[in-house]
Design a protein around this ligand. Structure first.
Ligand SMILES: Nc1c(NC[C@H](O)[C@H](O)[C@H](O)CO)[nH]c(=O)[nH]c1=O
Ligand SMILES: CC(=O)[C@@H](O)COP(=O)(O)O
Length: 141
């Protein structure tokens, strides 16, 4: 059993509840334990993962959030930089699944968040598990 940290940016409660439901179901189905922390927004997720990874207390991470385009360029910053930060950590060997939705509207968010539809939270958890498993394989364990 491995131990995963779900790092959520809680901007839209219902979508996050669905995403987390899917992520927890995937982690539990694979026999892993998990805990959850909440940060203000998607831009804070990579930093929180970096801090938690440094602690050595977690085997992998699931990033959960929802970024919905507004009127300004801020969408590109939040969506792009949160993804870039997580990718940098992944390239550093941290097992992460990215479940941060970056969508145009609420309808797109709901379909992707709901576990009984596209289940992007579960998908992100499965990616984190896969990366953890890969790390174990390369470590020869
Ligand atoms: N607009 C959304 C944000 N914006 C907030 C940023 O993520 C960040 O917390 C702020 O700029 C302070 O550093 N965050 C989301 O997760 N989703 C959004 O739609
Ligand atoms: C993704 C965002 O930052 C967005 O929700 C903010 O909306 P706006 O661009 O209208 O300030």
């Amino acid at each position: 059993m491995a131990h995963f940290l779900i790092v959520e940016a809680r901007f839209y409660d219902q979508y996050n509840d669905w995403l987390i439901e899917g992520a927890k179901a995937a982690l539990e189905a694979a026999g892993h334990s998990h805990e959850l922390i909440t940060v203000p927004g998607a831009l804070e997720i990579p930093g929180a993962v970096a801090m938690a990874a440094e602690s050595g207390r977690y085997d992998g991470f699931v990033a959960i959030g929802v970024v919905i385009r507004g009127e300004t360029y801020h969408f590109e910053i939040v969506a792009g930089e949160s993804a870039r930060g997580l990718m940098a950590l992944t390239m550093d060997g941290v097992a992460i699944g990215n479940g941060i939705l970056t969508v145009e509207n609420a309808a797109q968010a709901e379909v992707r968040a709901r576990p009984d539809q596209k289940d992007k939270g579960g998908e992100a958890a499965k990616a984190a598990i896969a990366m953890f498993d890969l790390g174990q394989r390369f470590a020869g364990e």
